[in-house]
Design a protein around this ligand. Structure first.
Ligand SMILES: *[C@@H]1O[C@H](CO)[C@@H](O)[C@H](O)[C@H]1NC(C)=O
Ligand SMILES: *[C@@H]1O[C@H](CO)[C@@H](O)[C@H](O)[C@H]1NC(C)=O
Length: 415
């Protein structure tokens, strides 16, 4: 009786029946290859019965070996039907005088078998999604004819991941805070958010779009009310896909954007002022003196700090700090009165200053419609000024209206 050729392919002996010992070398090569790739490319590699699955960019072996025949081998040929070549056609043949390409060379293929051993295995490097399809290995024997086996190749495409800040502006309505995208993945990637302590304040919605090339883009938006409470909270976006060797976690700090709030001018040192505000992104500061500019040589501005280089009564006046960012601006005011010498001198200046303040405030009211100054503020300033004389501090302050109210209340209570 004739011997029956036996095909060794991923669908056959490889994972099915025990292989004859003659075949064990080829078998080992086929099985070890993915293990080797696993460590070299750190891609997820799977060889599932009859099925080769590899991540785009990886290298695979299309195994094909014939055993148990004494017939003579005429030719080994390979056909493929892939995403790129929709018609099944020959692309590679191996004869006793060596291998050759049919219909064009592709240097990614390498013959790693041996004609004499009836091993037609091919290696394919740098695979792309377009290589996905069915590869057919055909042995032509004399006299019995053709024997073939099909090897499906599945290509996994890892997602292109990114997290986008949706630039939420402080408000009361739910908006999208950030978006996580896993673009063109095959199979579709899973996208989810880890929100920790914010779990009851935010939620996620996920959608996906399928592309003609077989990949899917998955988008997950993190929704929530853009409050100051959630500002600066750290969340994480987690991407999972069989095409990724491990879960990918991208940290994201929620940013709620708002214009400068509660602008205050404070005393930074004996001869400098600082403008303080809360804003996101950080505010830029512009200093002015109401009604008149200051002597250039006497003042230096460094961002939020206003530095007085020489202390003289030329510097007296109502100072304004404008804090601004992309989203708006706000102002803070401070009345500066430079005192010099003893309290006697101070008291002398006081009456002059009073009239100056009146002029200054009048100017401020006219010149700055958004001014925080008010007649009450003026009253507060006057009280402060007397206090300054007692302490001989370098500055005279017109404090913010709210603070003056407290002062007045306290004084009313003490009466
Ligand atoms: C190969 O594997 C993929 C995914 O693992 C599966 O969807 C497909 O049906 C399998 N094909 C064959 C021919 O076994
Ligand atoms: C698949 O198609 C999408 C959309 O056209 C494209 O962005 C992506 O790069 C393609 N992916 C592959 C692997 O060809």
């Amino acid at each position: 009786m004739e011997t029956h050729p036996v095909f060794v392919s991923p669908g056959g002996n490889l994972y099915g029946q025990p292989s004859p010992s003659r075949f064990s070398v080829g078998f080992a090569r086929v099985v070890l290859m993915p293990a080797f790739l696993l460590s070299t490319f750190s891609n997820a590699v799977q060889l599932i019965g009859g099925n080769i699955t590899m991540v785009q960019g990886g290298t695979i072996v299309l195994p094909c070996k014939l055993t148990d025949t004494t017939e003579s081998l005429t030719q080994i040929s390979w056909q493929r039907k892939t995403r790129e070549k929709l018609q099944n056609d020959d692309f590679f043949t191996i004869m006793s005088d060596g291998p050759q390409f049919v219909n064009g060379h592709d240097k990614r293929f390498e013959f790693i078998g041996s004609f004499d051993d009836k091993n037609g295995s091919l290696q394919l490097a740098d695979i792309t999604l377009l290589d996905e399809g069915i590869y057919t290995c055909i042995f032509t024997l004399f006299p019995s004819g053709n024997y073939k086996t099909e090897i499906p190749l599945n290509v996994l495409v890892p997602p292109v991941t990114h997290v986008e800040d949706n630039l939420p502006i402080l408000g009361d309505d739910e908006v999208s805070l950030a978006t996580c995208t896993a673009a063109s993945s095959r199979p579709p990637a899973e996208v989810r958010w880890l929100t920790g302590t914010l779990a009851d304040k935010v939620r996620a919605t996920t959608s996906s779009i399928q592309h003609a090339n077989g990949t899917t883009t998955t988008v997950s938006s993190l929704l929530g009310v853009p409050s100051r409470e959630i500002n600066h909270h750290l969340v994480q976006c987690v991407f999972t896909s069989p095409a990724l060797s491990k879960e990918e976690t991208v940290p994201f700090t929620i940013q709620v954007y708002f214009s400068p709030m509660e602008v205050n001018i404070g005393e930074r040192s004996k001869d400098s002022l600082q403008c303080v505000t809360e804003a996101n992104p950080k505010a830029n500061f512009t200093w002015r003196r109401s009604g008149q500019s200051w002597p250039q040589s006497a003042v230096r501005v460094e961002g939020s700090t206003l530095q007085f280089l020489s202390m003289s009564s030329d510097l007296n006046g109502l100072y304004q700090c404008e804090a601004s960012n992309l989203y708006g601006k706000d102002h803070g005011y401070l009345y500066v009165h430079v005192t010099s010498g003893t309290c006697t001198a101070c008291w002398t200046l006081f009456s002059i200053l009073l009239s100056l303040i009146v002029i200054g405030v009048a100017a401020a009211v006219w010149y700055l419609p958004k001014s925080r100054m008010s007649p009450r503020a003026l009253k507060g300033s006057r009280e402060q000024m007397q206090r300054v004389c007692k302490t001989s501090s370098g500055f005279e302050k017109a404090q913010r209206v709210e603070e003056q109210e407290t002062v007045e209340e306290e004084e009313a209570r003490s009466l």
